[in-house]
Design a protein around this ligand. Structure first.
Ligand code: TRP
Length: 460
């Protein structure tokens, strides 16, 4: 509600909105997750599908969320409720907003742990662990970290505490500004690493792996993962784009800003792939390594560069910051909600959210370090879920996010009155028709087909 009242709570320019939204979008999803899920799902065909999902489903849904935020000028649940009322339908549609809030929080329970890995790698880099690294030492270092519950606990706790402090203080502005400089720097560093990787590794095989689609390597699970990741990486269906949209000035172009956010996000992910796969193939590692992939490849690139310690420290510091800005955006939604709804102070809201988050993150911590209670043996419609970490990631990223995207698409495409969305998007007739087709038909039907296929109800 605070958002609605304050008229000076607006981004200072379209560019600052694009930067802030890009900062929320670019994170572990691009650098840590995208390469390893691409590796696990056979490369090229997965990448192609991912790109299609980003631009045919992700961008239209991103536009839908920003539109909901800007027109609703409120936090996600209330914004959706207001627009539902405006269009004369049940305000039960506000569930679109609430679901996002929960999905973001659930994602954060494992996101904080992985960001903790990056933090631990900053310390390892400073202390020179990667000087003269070989594939064996690098993989032993990684293995020792994930099997050590105290180490995981320490870094996860550190990360959650820092997030709570920043959010509690309401530092947002300083942080957004820092990101303005850090994002381009991160991108620059990734390009340098990719060039080095091409030099010491096998660029040709990597390029072929990423860009020549081999459809026989793609499964229905893979398609679902590509879809879920398109939502994950653009930070969709987790409330944040609705909140950020609420601060967007009336005259700004939602189409243009959305396309820029998607392009920047995709670029970072693809360059991260090009930094990692030449090393995978050049050093005889396996692309399907899983969540440890970047932690077992990039240190090898660093070891072969001049100033190993400096470059690897710089890289992991930036990875932590990229993760940190995303974590803050994620927790911000639940803190703002607790503050408004429970009428408690910002500090209390931040500490409570942090405490709940910390307890829930223990599931991921102990499932990684191998504690028996955190291991599972579930078969979820053909997907083996062997730990709490795998289950949380799968349920949140691959089920809740596509569902949330589906609802945002249906809400703006079918529920809201046409002239309201037309007025907000302010596009050419043709452009609007394309967007409307995507949110009315393409996105919902694609999402339903993938779910039905997964449930075994249809078969392509
Ligand atoms: N897009 C982020 C990444 O790629 C992850 C993310 C998902 C996120 N939902 C979010 C970040 C909500 C901030 C807010 O790492």
């Amino acid at each position: 509600m605070t958002i609605e009242r304050s008229t000076n709570n607006r981004w200072s320019s379209n560019f600052s909105f694009v930067l802030a939204a890009t900062a929320a979008a670019v994170g572990l999803g691009n650098i840590w997750k995208f390469p390893y899920i691409m590796g696990e799902n056979g490369g090229g065909a997965f990448v192609l599908l991912y790109l299609l999902f980003i631009f045919l489903i992700g961008v239209p849904v991103l536009m839908a969320e920003v539109l909901i935020g800007r027109r609703g000028r409120n936090s996600p649940g209330y914004a959706a409720a207001k627009l539902a009322r405006e269009s004369g339908v049940s305000s039960a549609w506000q569930i679109t907003g609430w679901m996002g809030l929960s999905a973001g929080f659930i994602i954060l329970t494992f996101y904080a742990v992985i960001a903790g890995w990056a933090l631990s790698y900053v310390i390892k880099s400073v202390s020179g662990t990667f000087v003269g690294a070989t594939p064996e030492t690098v993989s032993a270092t990684f293995g020792a970290m994930v099997s050590s519950a105290p180490e995981l606990l320490l870094f996860t706790t550190l990360l959650i505490v820092s997030t709570v402090v920043v959010v509690g203080k309401g530092f947002k502005n300083g942080l957004e500004r820092a990101v303005t400089y850090l994002m381009p720097l991160l991108l620059g560093l990734l390009v340098i690493i990719a060039l080095y990787a091409a030099h010491i590794g096998d660029f040709a095989t990597a390029f072929k792996f990423m860009f020549y689609p081999n459809f026989s390597a793609l499964t229905t699970q893979g398609a679902l993962i590509a879809l879920g990741h398109a939502f994950f990486t653009l930070s969709l269906a987790s409330g944040v784009m609705i909140i950020y949209g609420a601060y967007l000035p009336k005259g700004a172009s939602i189409v243009r800003t959305s396309i820029w956010i998607a392009l920047a996000d995709t670029l970072v992910a693809l360059i991260a792939g090009l930094a990692i796969f030449p090393i995978v193939f050049g050093f005889g590692l396996t692309p399907g390594e899983g969540p440890g992939l970047i932690f077992q490849t990039l240190p090898l690139a660093f070891a072969n560069m001049p100033f190993t310690n400096l470059i690897s420290t710089l890289f992991f510091v930036m990875l932590v910051l990229a993760a940190f800005t995303s974590a803050i955006a994620m927790i911000e939604a639940s803190v703002a909600f607790a503050e408004e709804k429970l009428r408690i102070s910002r500090w209390k809201a931040a500490i409570t959210s942090g405490a709940v988050l910390w307890v829930l993150s223990l599931g991921t911590v102990f499932s990684l370090s191998g504690a028996g209670w955190a291991q599972l043996d579930w078969n979820f419609f053909g997907k083996e879920l062997d730990s709490i970490f795998a289950a949380i990631d799968h349920l949140a990223s691959n089920i809740l996010l596509p569902l949330g995207g589906f609802m945002a698409a249906v809400f703006t495409g079918w529920v809201m009155k046409r002239h309201f969305t037309e007025e907000e998007l302010n596009m050419s007739k043709k452009g609007y028709a394309v967007w409307r087709f995507c949110v009315r038909y393409l996105a919902p039907i694609a999402i339903i087909c993938i779910f039905l296929q997964l449930l075994g109800i249809i078969n392509f």
